[in-house]
Design a binder for this molecule. Structure first.
Ligand code: EPZ
Length: 418
């Protein structure tokens, strides 16, 4: 298992380019199942979760070619509408093939995702949505069987709570359902909007993506498409925090500044100087003393849960007490223990973490857990005194493309050790 060896203390200066969004690429890849024509996707990040999804699609029946420029997929026939446990257990986003398979092939057999480090993460909302569209759902031997031999029929679907991949799954089923589907309490994340744009270019009829009510008029067939994935707002946000925590002067390019409004506002409240130089460029200058500012995670456009761990690492350097509240997942504070091993002063109280800064962090041997918790350990290591060794960096490789090369490019002393 690869490790990162990081020497802390160097302010990051220079410019880092953002890759395509993993969480937009995953539904876009699944959406290729909805047509038998070629689908060309540009700016797909070469990260582990993407390779897992590509393997799953090949098993299902897609022909995939990957080159520098794009990923080209063609699914002339669904050979096996299944997502096996071996793949689903490594990536719960495999449930994104549920909607497309039921819509295209009339059936799907997908392993239950099982929990993951950050929580139980059921897919009950995905399943109730498919039921409303006319699919029959069975559960046995740890698998979900969904069948709709007579096709799907449009319906009114109201999500009990906002779900990003639930919205994406149901959207991909509804575009080929007969008649109108209205999705209420839909997720408003930019990745949902990106998927809707791709589906619309394939011939789907969708209104309201990006709002909490999405209307779909079903069509009988979708055609091929060439689509470029949006920038990864979580990767970009992670680098914004990297600039802030190291007291550097960092420019993040090729991102969508509008997607990071909540983070930019919060960091400026904390005394940083974070500005959008233009629509695709964010500049971070440390403003001197870092102030403690409370933060609560919320669905988009609120402060992203995927940036909570990174923000906690930053707040260990603030002068005073800050309270971080995680409202999306029930167990997303694993990074707190590891940060404490580096010298942070954090008290966990259910959904709240009370961070008492400023702590002088010192390098230590730490272990990565979930993707974003691992990113927060990298950030802490960049500011810690001495050497930090982060084990199990495959967690980071799931969602960050060449992170050590990108950070080294702006002065970080970081090495990947096989
Ligand atoms: C997506 O996960 C992202 N993954 C996550 O990013 C992100 O943290 C999350 O949205 C929240 O923004 C992808 O897009 C591939 P949810 P998703 O359904 O869709 C509960 C990363 O680091 N829920 O919006 O799985 C769920 O347990 C990953 O890139 C149900 O109870 O999240 C959670 O508490 C981590 N039943 C809440 O809703 C369901 O059927 C929101 O989950 C579905 C969800």
């Amino acid at each position: 298992m690869d490790k990162f060896v990081i020497q802390g203390g160097t302010p990051l200066t220079g410019s880092i380019a953002t890759s395509g969004s993993k969480n937009s690429a995953l539904p876009a890849l699944a959406a290729a199942l909805l047509t038998d024509e070629p689908v060309v996707l540009r700016r797909i990040p070469r990260v582990r979760d993407i390779r897992t999804m590509e393997r799953l699609l090949v098993d299902i029946g897609s022909e995939i070619t990957v080159d520098e420029e794009a990923v080209t997929l063609r699914t002339e026939k669904i050979v096996s509408p299944e997502a096996p446990y071996e793949l689903v257990k490594t990536m719960r986003a495999s449930s994104l093939v549920l909607g497309p398979l039921v819509a295209r092939a009339g059936r799907a057999r997908v392993s239950m995702p099982g929990g993951c480090a950050i929580g139980a993460r059921p897919i009950d909302f995905h399943l109730s949505g498919l039921r409303h569209l006319g699919a029959e759902i069975f559960q046995e031997h740890g698998y979900i069987e969904a069948v709709a031999p007579n096709g799907l029929k449009g319906a009114n679907i109201v999500f009990d709570r906002i779900t990003v991949t639930g919205t994406e799954d149901i959207l991909m089923a509804a575009v080929l359902a007969e008649g109108e589907t209205v999705i209420t309490n839909a997720a408003r994340e930019p990745e949902v909007v990106d998927l809707a744009e791709m589906l619309t270019k394939m011939g789907a009829k969708i209104e309201g993506a990006g709002t909490s009510v999405i209307r779909v008029q079903g069509v009988s067939k979708l055609h091929g498409v060439t689509h470029e994935i949006i920038a990864d707002r979580i990767e970009a946000g992670t680098f914004v925090v990297a600039g802030a925590i190291t007291g550097g002067d960092l420019t993040i390019t090729d991102c969508v500044a509008d997607h990071l409004g909540a983070l930019i506002t919060k960091l400026n409240q904390a005394g940083m100087k974070v500005t959008a130089r233009d629509a695709t460029t964010i500049e971070v200058k440390s403003g001197g003393t870092l102030l403690p500012v409370d933060m609560t995670t919320e669905e988009y456009p609120g402060f992203a849960t995927d940036l909570q761990a990174q923000y906690m690492a930053l707040m260990t350097q603030a002068d005073g007490i800050s309270i971080i509240t995680e409202t999306i997942f029930e167990n997303r504070f694993m990074h707190a223990q590891e940060l404490m091993r580096m010298g942070a002063n954090i008290r966990l109280d259910g959904r709240r973490a009370i961070v008492a800064g400023r702590s002088r962090l010192s390098g230590a041997g730490v272990i990565a857990s979930d993707l974003r918790a691992s990113a927060s350990l990298v950030l802490a290591a960049l500011v810690a005194k001495g050497e930090t060794v982060i084990d199990r960096v495959y967690h980071i490789d799931r969602g960050y493309e060449k992170i050590e090369a990108k950070l080294a490019g702006v002065g970080a002393k970081i090495l990947r050790v096989e």
